[in-house]
Write a protein that binds this ligand. Structure first.
Ligand code: FAD
Length: 492
């Protein structure tokens, strides 16, 4: 879609007139009223002047979204879908100088239905994750998707990035929680599968194509999710592992002692904890001494027997976790540990874990990798990569959803080094090469967006890339959905 500037302006004006007639003047933002929609949480991907969209459109219903998509297709104007702009790879902001509009889903924020018997929740794409969680909680149920951006990110964005977070270990990621999707395709047609069926083998599952497609295959307008029973008892704590390579064994032992009650098993290096406590002085380190291999954990159960009180007055689950930790300490797997003694202490531990990204932003220049590895290769990855990083002037600040083999491995300048003079490209090459050799993935949960196109080009298997491109051209032949994201340009 290469269009000269004059035609571009005329086409844009013509589209905007049609959109105003469709949505109403106040739902078609132009000029400076677009500014809040042109910046994301990272602040890294601000569109250049030539990437500024014609408008930000804010439809209120699926039929309005469909009509907007049809208009954009007629005018050859690309559509950049946008949720809460907390994505970390620049997927929700325009790029590549192609005439476009931003289609914000923030006007579609209705909780359509909660079915307490079927334990399902049907919500529109613009519902903020925390509101979906609260709606489930009001009915005594849990929408388990949990991560630091939950106060701002929206359901459509979580689906489009297949977000993970801290409870994936127990409940799965967004894909596993989703039972069906309503979406608008590139020709403006609406596909709807909101019946909440657990079984439906009637051909290719469009839901699974749209989840994780980062707005490149369709606009998600609503979805139905499975809910879980509210836990009756929760036990959270923090432990220091003697060796990181025993993490899988420690997790399995805790699972075995509690009937598989682990909800979170999160790696936090001593540097990460220190950085958080520096950025937020009211957050206290969980253990007295720094723990290079710290683990924040939470176990939970909805079983009456786990919530019943033991002879010492604490819930059975609490005693089981305490016993397991005692044995792990006796055997030398764990060198120190604490268990939250109150709900406030439990929430404080969660705050510690969820403040890490913000603490990194306070710290100064940081380059985050979001990688996953087979659990058995994590320690090897770190032992191979860390010395090289140190040698070339970086230190890493690492946290991770360890139970899922997912590390957020962030590089920062070692003391005495100037970030701008450090060889980031060389560091990236080393990390991605070792990762590929060990069978890892270069994006575990944040997606590709505009940020990881090079990694996609060089580290995705060529046959897989070809299949993804074939899917894209089948579902979006004119390339109107979110150009310049997820798939690297084959001609560049
Ligand atoms: C502090 C913090 C912590 C985070 N922690 C985690 C974490 O633990 N795990 C994790 O997975 N992510 C995490 N993230 C990343 C981010 O929150 C998720 O990717 C989130 O799901 C994005 O949702 P959003 O509504 O902000 O989407 P946006 O950023 O607005 O968009 C993200 C992508 O989805 C597309 N999109 C948005 N809405 C739609 C729609 N309705 N239809 C089609 N495409 C759409 C956009 O085009 C874009 O490509 C974190 C982010 C922050 C800032």
């Amino acid at each position: 879609m290469k269009i000269d500037n004059e035609i571009r302006v005329r086409t844009g004006d013509c589209l905007l007139d049609a959109c105003r007639a469709l949505l109403g003047e106040e739902r078609v933002l132009t000029g400076t009223s677009m500014d809040p929609y042109l910046e994301d949480w990272t602040g890294r991907f601000i569109p250049s002047t030539q990437d500024r969209p014609h408008a930000v459109l804010r439809p209120r219903s699926t039929t309005e979204v469909a009509a907007v998509v049809r208009l954009c297709a007629e005018h050859s104007i690309a559509v950049v879908p946008q949720g809460g702009r907390t994505g970390l790879c620049g997927g929700a902001l325009p790029v590549v100088g192609q005439p476009c509009v931003i289609l914000s889903l923030d006007g579609m924020a209705t909780i359509r239905r909660i079915d307490t018997n079927a334990r399902t929740l049907t919500v529109e794409a613009g519902v903020v994750l925390q509101s979906a969680q609260a709606a489930a909680r009001d009915k005594g149920l849990v929408f388990p998707l949990t991560f630091g951006a939950q106060g701002s990110c929206m359901i459509g964005g979580a689906l489009a990035t297949n977000a993970g977070g801290s409870n994936v270990l127990r409940y799965g990621n967004t894909r596993e929680l989703c039972l069906g999707i309503e979406a608008v395709l590139a020709d403006g047609s609406i596909v709807s599968d909101l019946g909440g069926l657990r079984k439906n083998n009637t051909g290719y599952d469009l839901r699974h194509l749209l989840i994780g497609s980062e707005g490149t295959l369709g606009i998600i307008t609503a979805a139905v999710f499975r809910l879980a029973p509210e836990p009756r008892v929760r036990v959270a704590g923090f432990m220091a592992l003697a060796q990181l390579d025993t993490a899988a064994e420690v997790l399995n032992r805790m699972q075995d002692c509690t009937g598989g009650a682990a909800e979170a098993f999160e790696f936090m290096s001593d540097r990460a904890t220190e950085m958080i406590c520096q950025a937020f002085p009211d957050i206290r380190p969980p253990l007295e001494s720094p723990a290079p291999n710290g683990i924040f954990f939470e176990l939970a159960s909805s079983r009456v027997s786990d919530a019943a009180l033991d002879t010492d007055g604490s819930p059975v689950l609490h005693s089981a976790v305490l016993d397991a930790l005692g044995t792990l300490m006796d055997e030398g797997f764990v060198t120190d540990a604490m268990i939250a003694q109150s709900e406030q202490q439990r929430l404080d531990l969660w705050r510690l874990r969820e403040s890490v990204l913000e603490a990194m932003m306070h710290h100064g220049p940081v380059y985050p990798f979001d990688i996953s590895l087979p659990l058995s290769r994590i320690a090897e990855f770190l032992s191979r990569v860390d010395p090289v990083m140190q040698q070339i002037g970086f230190v890493h600040v690492t946290v991770g959803h360890l139970g899922d083999g997912n590390l957020h491995y962030a590089l920062t300048a070692a003391p005495g080094h100037d970030w701008n003079a450090l060889p980031l490209d060389a560091a990236r090459t080393v990390i991605l090469d070792v990762l590929t050799e060990l069978g890892g993935a270069f994006s575990a949960e944040h997606g590709i967006g505009q940020d990881k196109l090079d990694a996609m080009r060089y580290h995705k298997q060529p046959a897989q890339l070809a299949a993804l491109r074939a899917i894209k051209s089948a579902l979006d032949p004119e390339g109107i959905f979110n150009p310049g994201k997820l798939l690297p340009d084959p001609h560049a």
